[in-house]
Write a protein that binds this ligand. Structure first.
Ligand code: PGA
Length: 253
């Protein structure tokens, strides 16, 4: 059975003091063998600090983005090998804030996803529709298009390891969580799409939900058949907020 994953996307938040107290708090609060795979995504400058604190723990860490090129004249960018240098196992690709605020196209996201996979990182591919798109009834076609761009670039094989995060844009940072029914419907759509390509991969693929996940709604979301955990923004910035989500996971074994 797919193990639940709880991932904290810190976005552009943090300080040395905050990183150390947050991670120490998580290490103490999670206990031995948490029921979920737990991952944090700090801003780049704090990756060495995360590595130092989390090495030899059950908590993994990753980058919030990467550049698909190996190295060279790309001021301000970070490569897969740099993330690997600091022990990252995961990397976010195609977060809606990258798409909306920094102009990442489906093609850009696909290249980043492929570069991450080829370098040995586990890409977390974020997809999701805006409110206008949902209201126009386009949720499935938008998610389909975002997935197809990556499938055409990288093929199905990387999804034996990669993770998909369904994050409706209207639910991110708004306090408006998708209902478990709404989220489950899109997750089932995503899994069915993969099933039409490769049944084994589809059955193993972890599909996280993201968008205003908190300690009060996580258990209901994670109880749905095709919701394999959460990608958490705001609530991942405090020890209590993140732990309450991690502790609402019931083992699926
Ligand atoms: P949120 O962010 O939990 O603050 O809505 C989720 C995300 O952007 O990954």
């Amino acid at each position: 059975m797919r193990k639940i994953m709880v991932a904290g996307n810190w976005k552009m938040n943090g300080s040395k003091a905050m990183v150390s107290s947050l991670l120490d708090g998580l290490l103490h609060g999670l206990g031995e063998q948490p029921g979920a795979d737990v991952v944090v995504f700090p801003p780049f400058p704090y990756l060495p600090q995360a590595q130092e604190i989390l090495t030899a723990s059950d908590i993994a860490w990753g980058g919030q983005n990467l550049n698909p090129e190996e190295k060279g004249a790309h001021t301000g960018e970070t490569s897969a090998s740099m993330l690997l240098d600091f022990g990252c196992r995961y990397v976010l690709t195609g977060h809606s804030e990258r798409r909306a605020l920094y102009g990442e196209t489906d093609a850009d996201v696909a290249r980043r996803f492929e570069a991450a996979d080829q370098a040995g990182l586990v890409p977390v591919l974020c997809v999701g529709e805006t409110l206008e798109e949902r209201e126009r009834g386009e949720t499935e076609s938008i998610v389909d298009r975002q997935l197809d761009a990556v499938l055409q670039q990288a093929g199905i094989a990387p999804f034996a390891r990669a993770i998909v995060a369904y994050e409706p844009v209207w639910a991110i940072g708004t306090g408006k969580t998708a209902t478990p029914e709404q989220a489950q419907a899109v997750h089932a759509f995503i899994r069915n799409k993969f099933a039409s390509l490769d049944g084994t991969i589809a059955g193993q693929l972890r599909i996280l939900y993201g968008g205003s996940v908190n300690g009060s709604n996580a258990a209901d979301l994670f109880a749905r058949e095709d919701i394999d955990g959460g990608l958490v923004g705001g609530a991942s910035l405090t020890v209590e907020g993140f732990l309450s989500i991690c502790h609402s996971v019931h083992s699926r074994d």
